[in-house]
Ligand binder design. Sequence first.
Ligand code: SAH
Length: 388
Amino acid sequence: MIQHDIISKNISHIILISSYLIGQSTSGLNSDRLSSLMGIDLKDKTFNELEKIVVELGQQKYLAGYIFQFIHVKDVSEIPDITPLSKVFRTRLAERDYFISKIKTLEKQVDKDKTAKYLFELHDNEKIESVLLHDGRRNTLCVSTQAGCNMNCEFCATGKIKFKRNLSAGEIADQVITVEADAGKITNLVYMGMGEPLLNYENVIKSVEILNHKEGKNIGIRHITISTCGIVPMIEKLADEELHPRLAISLNAPEDALRSRIMPINNKYPLDKLIKAVQNYQNKTDQRVTFEYVMIKDLNDSARHAQMLIKLVRNISCNINLIELNPHPACIYKGSGSAAMKKFASMLNEANIETVIRFRMGREINAACGQLGADWLKKAKDSGSNGK
Ligand code: SAH
């Protein structure tokens, strides 16, 4: 049964959920194993890896399908609950230290536009957030890939929280499993939550494989987008993978001096290298690329910036998403406002660069782009510490 504790009805509903609601209990053996970092997490395994494990344990290969489905479709997090497996086999899995991890839902907030933000706790008490956006028939989940982030983009709340660690593929997949169990089918996935996905490359790619697999969540590869601040060698590596998710680049400035100022990663991978890597991705995958551009008042939103942006991307088949800067307690900037954004968008569209102003969803619960972690910053500010 779902219990809701509605704290505030004014702007948004803040719904506190006990660990028994969306996420299932991480009680007993399971959480003991997790906290001692022992054991091998079956949720972290691709379909092929599960087949290997099953065969190595002397069982028929097809049984891997049950394990995968029970974990990813039925949201089972205890090995004894995978009932199609023989008791002997289930016991053997547990004896060999296999287990199924489960993230714990601490809180869910729902904005009046229905955007939902979930706060999850990981086995080592680290916290991450995921955001569910409803848009017509699409349910898009924005997943986190790291606890914290060390990219230090000046305008982003997550960058103000100290980087803690990479998430495992199982922890990334579990965000989808857990939210879907609460809110229904996830149709689209964006790797745009906390962290820099391409700095957790192996686990991110593995999670894409897991979430795309037809025996599991079966999210179409064209419905999966990885967003990056521009880790050039990893964009090149991604181009050579078998699976090609859609690529989004957080551009945010059309010239090196400004970009390096607001996104320090640009010192390492400046725009000419980034644009070349994007072109290479496009050539190898035949995909349209998205550029995200956060609109910051009097910083990157003038006609001159629009002209430079047009020049920069004109040889790439792309679309541009303009996102108005979302405020948070550690941000010194202001958003451009709708008149400046419309003007900017029309200049790009007139130059035949498809540009949309992205509707900002979830702003009032700090669930919009760049706001993840803002609640913690606010708490830290209120208590006088710096949030790190
Ligand atoms: N590290 C990845 C994914 C996380 S950031 C990346 O850089 O793409 C997700 C998106 O939020 C990025 O496009 C980023 O530019 C944007 N963003 C960050 N802070 C923001 C803010 N305060 N307002 C609006 N968008 C922001």
